[in-house]
Write a protein that binds this ligand. Structure first.
Ligand SMILES: *Cc1c(COP(=O)(O)O)cnc(C)c1O
Length: 395
């Protein structure tokens, strides 16, 4: 089939929830993708912050293939070796006590919300518990996750959503404090807001929320689905602030392309969930869990965090240069390899992205007016230079 035919066939059969680029991606190698016409793209989107090690990584692929030949799926009614090892890798690396594996980010959020509610229920009895979330946040598209996503446009057609959610201003501690009451059971926030426009949490804010949650025995949930797994130079972004949430969620790069997520908590909170309270058929199955084990192995073996810390300084410097030289870029925001360029109002970000794509560079948007760069964590300075050239031309 030709490219055009694939696109027509897809459009005929897919529910139209995405306006896709008119490109069919066929294979990848390192930080490059290739479409069905053989065109090559430098990928600074990484499948939306997923592909930390780049495409077609032999070491990673071999581990997955080996697992496929052994066993792909069992169920959570039994133990399986990869999931036991994967949970140990996460707890050992983070200092948290307990892990529940899911299939996606949204499902990890759902679990985290249920755990927070259950914790309050156990401690304080039956109550109509409330959750404080942030404006401009993004936590996923399922009803629970959507309910804590601070975006009217995403929410409105699906009302009524989960009740008891209030939205505070991100990076404004007072606005969180005024929403707290005796029913509040959780505060949920991304450590670096992703889809909302690449806004890192301020240090005072995040520490203030931690202290507030400690005072009132409120569960603090950090959504690390996009900013976690090394993207900011620490394994999890909250480590940059010297705080520890009660629950964090992880997905995207956790399985580097194999769909897997998790919510992770300390025993004090996680013990609230009892047998029968929560479940999932696929979550943490041997294939998914084998990917997690391998991802953690490779993070350590290849010193990925050191690499991110080094190369991200170079990326920041290059983006600052672009920002200084381009009159309609207002500022650069971000941490590590999660960067955004804020584009002035009347310049459509979509048009810049399309031009970059024509020239063989994939970049993403966020928050309407932000050009988002979330490359594979293995990019080199040469890749940054290549991106810079194409992006300058596109701007
Ligand atoms: C992508 C994302 C989610 C949702 O993850 P899915 O795997 O798409 O369900 C939740 N939170 C954040 C911060 C994300 O970036």
């Amino acid at each position: 089939m030709e490219t055009k035919e694939y696109i027509e066939l897809g459009d005929k059969n897919f529910i139209h929830t995405y306006n896709r680029f008119q490109v069919v991606l066929e294979k990848g190698d390192g930080v490059y993708l290739y479409d069905t016409d053989g065109k090559k793209y430098l990928d600074f989107g990484a499948g939306i912050a997923v592909f930390a090690f780049g495409y077609n990584n032999k070491e990673f692929n071999d581990a997955i293939k080996e697992q496929i030949d052994s066993i792909i799926h069992t169920s959570n009614l039994f133990y399986n070796i990869p999931s036991v090892l994967a949970a140990e890798r996460i707890t050992a690396a983070t200092g948290f006590d307990k892990v529940f594996f899911t299939n996606s980010g949204a499902e990890a959020i759902e679990g985290a919300l249920k755990l927070a509610k259950r914790y309050a229920y156990n401690k304080r009895g039956k109550g109509e518990y409330e959750i404080i979330a942030m404006k401009h946040s993004f936590h996923g598209r399922t009803i629970g996750a959507l309910s804590v996503t601070g975006n009217d446009h995403y929410q409105e057609p699906f009302m009524p959503l989960m009740p008891g959610v209030k939205f505070a201003e991100f990076n404004n501690l007072e606005s969180v404090k005024t929403l707290v009451n005796d029913k509040t059971c959780a505060v949920i926030m991304e450590t670096v807001q992703g889809e909302g426009g690449i806004y890192p949490a301020g240090e005072e804010f995040i520490r203030g929320v931690r202290a507030l949650c400690d005072d009132r025995d409120i569960v603090m949930i950090s959504d690390e689905i996009q900013c976690g797994m090394g993207r900011t130079g620490k394994l999890y972004a909250f480590e940059n602030y010297g705080i520890k949430p009660d629950i964090f969620t992880t997905a995207k790069a956790l399985g580097c392309g194999v769909p897997v997520g998790a919510f992770v908590a300390d025993k004090k909170v996680s013990d609230a969930l009892k047998p029968g309270d929560h479940g999932t058929t696929y979550g943490g199955n041997p294939l998914a869990a084998a990917s997690v084990v391998k991802v953690y192995d490779m993070f350590e073996k290849h010193n990925i965090l050191d690499h991110v810390n080094e190369v991200s300084l170079y990326l920041e410097a290059k983006l600052d240069e672009i920002t200084a030289s381009c009159p309609y870029i207002k500022e650069r925001r971000g941490m590590g390899l999660m960067q955004g360029l804020v584009i002035d109002g009347d310049k459509p970000v979509g048009e810049i992205i399309k031009r970059a794509m024509d020239k063989g560079l994939i970049v993403l948007s966020a928050g309407g007016n932000v050009l988002r760069l979330v490359p594979p964590l293995i990019i080199t300075k040469e890749h940054v230079d290549e991106m810079t050239e194409i992006l300058k031309e596109s701007l």
